[in-house]
Design a protein around this ligand. Structure first.
Ligand SMILES: NC(=O)c1ccc[n+]([C@@H]2O[C@H](COP(=O)([O-])OP(=O)(O)OC[C@H]3O[C@@H](n4cnc5c(N)ncnc54)[C@H](OP(=O)(O)O)[C@@H]3O)[C@@H](O)[C@H]2O)c1
Length: 273
């Protein structure tokens, strides 16, 4: 048995990444070892995906290629204290895996202090990753090479798009794509409420709202349109859409979104201290 990928934390995100890596044949199930404290969870993952499972994080940390950290940030300290490499020989670092952490708010500095002889990449995925439509920002640590970056892009590319940023931009990423799914969810709910206020049945209004947001995003992406171009194309003189836009502007819609991203960015900075 040759384990290439170790995953510490087989929860929502760990499973989302695992399932797509297997479906896309980036790894075979026998090349993956997932560590999780819950026996039932281990049993489920083993049954569903045929992967190896363990309750020993130390064994997962010895994977041949990549160690993916997918635990909650709150347990990082406890997990890290058991994985400390103080007694490890730095000359053996060639055989140690690339560490990819998806833990919100855990800095490269903290990760590199624990995995001091290993290349480390910090990543920030978002919730749509669970359906393969995420976007993940990655920030490379001190000893990361182009090859490591490629490995991380392939691994996280299994759950959506990947962009590379410097670590100093991770709080801004959190404010936009990390928290953004909630802003969009609120917008979809509000659009549906507007439809109901205008007389539509709830189920129809919800479907119209969801498909409108989905379809507009796809249109912008497929046609490579700037959002303002699309807005101009659909606002006829004296028409309905410009009347709606005028109300959005009166109500400070743009400013509300800009302020929301800024507020989440600042909160992320505070939490990281
Ligand atoms: N979900 C998202 O949309 C999202 C987006 C961006 C970033 N992230 C990041 O992804 C990470 C995982 O989030 P998640 O939503 O997947 O959380 P989750 O579902 O709670 O998964 C974490 C898993 O780790 C297990 N675990 C707890 N203590 C452990 C230990 N000592 N050793 C090994 N495994 C342990 C948990 O088991 P128990 O259930 O028994 O505690 C659980 O199965 C977080 O750091 C979060 O910041 C998540």
């Amino acid at each position: 048995m040759s384990i290439k990928l170790g995953i510490i934390g087989g929860g929502v995100m760990g499973e989302a990444i695992l399932s797509r890596l297997l479906a896309q044949q980036v790894y075979r199930s026998d090349q993956v070892l997932v560590s999780d404290p819950q026996a039932q969870r281990r049993e489920d993952l083993s049954q569903r995906y045929g992967v190896n499972v363990t309750s020993d994080n130390g064994v997962a940390a010895e994977a041949g290629e990549v160690l993916l950290l997918a635990i909650k940030p709150q347990v990082f300290k406890a997990v890290a204290s058991n994985l400390s490499q103080d007694d490890q020989n730095p000359s053996a670092s060639e055989t140690l895996p690339l560490v990819i952490s998806i833990l919100a708010g855990v800095s490269l500095g903290k990760l590199e202090a624990v995995f001091e002889h290993q290349p480390v990449i910090r990543a920030m995925p978002n919730t749509p990753a669970t359906v393969g439509a995420g976007i993940t920002a990655i920030a490379p640590g001190k000893t990361v090479t182009a090859k490591h970056l490629q490995v991380a892009k392939t691994l996280l590319g299994a759950v959506g798009e990947v962009v590379e940023v410097s670590e100093s931009l991770m709080d801004a990423v959190t404010g936009l794509s990390g928290s953004g799914p909630a802003y969009v969810a609120v917008m979809i709910e509000a659009l549906a409420d507007g439809g109901v206020a205008a007389g539509l049945p709830r189920a129809i209004a919800s479907k119209l709202a969801l498909s409108t947001v989905w379809g507009t995003a796809q249109l912008l992406q497929d046609k490579q349109l700037h959002p303002a171009q699309l807005k101009d194309q659909v606002t006829s003189p004296g028409g309905t859409t410009i009347a709606g836009i005028a109300e959005l502007e009166r109500s400070g819609f743009r400013s509300a979104l800009i302020e929301a991203v800024q507020a989440a960015y600042q909160r992320s900075q505070q939490l990281g201290k």
